[in-house]
Each structure stands twice: as C-alpha cells, then as structure tokens.
Design a protein around this ligand. Sequence first.
Ligand SMILES: [Zn+2]
Ligand SMILES: [Zn+2]
Length: 178
Amino acid sequence: MIYVYWGGNMELDIGQVCREAGSVVCFDVSEQIPGFLFGTDNLSFKTPLHIQIKVQNSGKFLLVQGTIQTELVATCARCLEEFIYPLDLRYEDEWVARDLASEDQKETALLFDKDVIEIGDRILEQIVMALPMKFICSPECRGLCPYCGVNRNMAKCECQDKEPDPRFAALTAWRSEN
Ligand SMILES: [Zn+2]
Ligand SMILES: [Zn+2]
C-alpha cells in the first residue's frame, strides 16, 4: 500500500482514493533517514521520521494533511554541545491530477500523473522551513567562556580578570555573528 525509500523520496499510493470523490486513505510511516547539511550544520536524526498523513478526495483535488514528527541532533551555537531538537509539524497540501487541472492549477498546484504522489520533497521542505537560523540548546545556555573556552553551563572559571585567549575570543565572536 505504501512504499517508502529515502533519498528525499516518499511515494504515497493514491490509486484508489483518486478515483472516488469523498474517499479517504491514511498513511502512517516511520522511516529512519540519513542526516543532511543545513547551512554549516550537519543535522542527523535521533529518531525515525514519523509521518501520519490523511489523503481525502474533495472531488476537485486531493487534500493531503498530516503531521511530521522527529528528533534531530543539532549542535548548540553557543556552547557547541550536541542536543536533541524535537520537531512536531503540521502539514497540508493540495494535489491535482494533471489531466484534470485547470490552467491556473497547472501554474500553482502540485500535480500528479499516475497513481502516486511524491511527497518526500515537500516533507523535507516543511522540516527545513521549521528550523531556526541558529540552534541554541536552551534560552538559558551560557555558552563558552571567551577566555578559557570552558562550557559555562557545566563549570565555573576565574577568567574575568585575565586577557582573553584570542583563539576562543575569535570563536565566540564568529559564533555570535553566525
Ligand atoms: Zn548551549
Ligand atoms: Zn574561563
């Protein structure tokens, strides 16, 4: 009923639902997928991508609605520690059969040709749009000491009176610009 392979690919078999107005089909997919590069961050998935999708034939188009849940492993821009970044997103699209689409829909809608819709790219887009410019492990994260580089969430240091170590000062400045 559903076949999933990931290289950004996720095909839903809509052969039945697209033939009968009013009909509904649901998909529940869990897929462990490889990480990806987001800006300068290497993101990996701590838990499988879990997608619950309802496809409903409105008579004019397929309404595709659902949720996307997973946990990413991200690196905090302040303290450089890895942490879990949970995602719980709502997702909604309208798909139209190419041979039934109006001229307007051909410009703007998502079109399908056969008995499958390929939602992998759309799912990945939703995830990417939900990601922050900067990953911060917690609003209270105190970051690295610009003097000695110690993680100030975990340890105290006595650096305030010293000259900053230029290596750590540069890193801190670079991190806060990016
Ligand atoms: Zn942090
Ligand atoms: Zn220090």
